[in-house]
Design a protein around this ligand. Sequence first.
Ligand SMILES: C[S@@+](CC[C@H](N)C(=O)[O-])C[C@H]1O[C@@H](n2cnc3c(N)ncnc32)[C@H](O)[C@@H]1O
Length: 252
Amino acid sequence: MPNMDYDIWKETELTEKYLSGVRGAIPLAKEQIELILRIIDGCNIKVERIMDLGCGDGILAASILQQYANTEAVLLDISEPMIQAARNKLAKYSENLDFVLFDFGESRWTEMVKTKGLFSIIISGFSIHHQTDKKKMEIYSDIFKLLMPGGLFLNLDQVSSSTDRVSFLFDDYFIDSLYNMYDRNGIGKTRQEVAEEWYNREDIGVNKLAPVEKQCEWLREIGFGDVDCYFKVFEIALFGGRKPMISGDSLK
Ligand SMILES: C[S@@+](CC[C@H](N)C(=O)[O-])C[C@H]1O[C@@H](n2cnc3c(N)ncnc32)[C@H](O)[C@@H]1O
C-alpha cells in the first residue's frame, strides 16, 4: 500500500503544531461545539454509541462524552501521536472507548469499526477534506451504512470557497485568529510571521476542498434526511444529516 499524502499526519511534529496552534485558533470553535450538542439534543436519539472519525486528540468525542457520559465511543485516526493524545484527553472515559489506528481512505475501514454494532452518531472534524471527491462520497455512503436508523452524521470540515477572493478572506480571518491566540498566550510573533506560518503549513498541500452545497447534495443522494449546512463561516462548515427511520423517510 503506497503512502498517501495525508500520511503527513503520522508525524509527531505536525500533530503537535496542530494541537498547540491551529486547533486552538479555529474561529468560533466553542460555538461549533455548542451547536453540535444542540443538534444532538434536538434529535431525540438515544446516544449509545458514537464514532469520531479522524479524531485527532478526540476533542469532538470529548465534547459529546461530557454530555452523554455512559456512551461507548470509537475513535479512529491514522496517526499514532493523535491516538495517544486522544487516549490522554479521554482517560476518564477509558472503559467505554475503542481506539482504532486506521486509514478511512482504505475501503476496509468499516470492518475495523462495526464489530460491536451500529452507531447513533458519527462525527468528523477537519479530516475528510483530505480525500478526493469520489472518496468523500464513498466515505459518506459507508457512514450511512454504519448508522442505526435515526442516527446522525455531522461533519465539521473545511470546505471550498466560491472564489479565490473569498478564499483570501478566509485566510486573512484565520491568520488574525491565530495571531490573536498567540498574543493572548504571550507568544510574541508578528502578524507577518503568523501569515507565513499559515501559508506554509504542511497540511495545506493535501487539502482537497469541495463546496458544502455539493457535499450536502451527495448526502441527499445517498439517502440521508434532514440534510443541511447548520453553520458556515468562510471555509469552515458544519453539515450533515440523519439516516431515516424507514428507508426513504425524512425524520422530523
Ligand atoms: C486537522 S486534524 C483534526 C482533528 C480533530 N478531528 C479536530 O477536530 O481537531 C485531522 C485529523 O484527521 C486524521 N486523518 C487524516 N486523514 C485520515 C485518514 N485517511 N484516516 C484516518 N485519520 C485521518 C489526522 O491524523 C488528524 O488527526
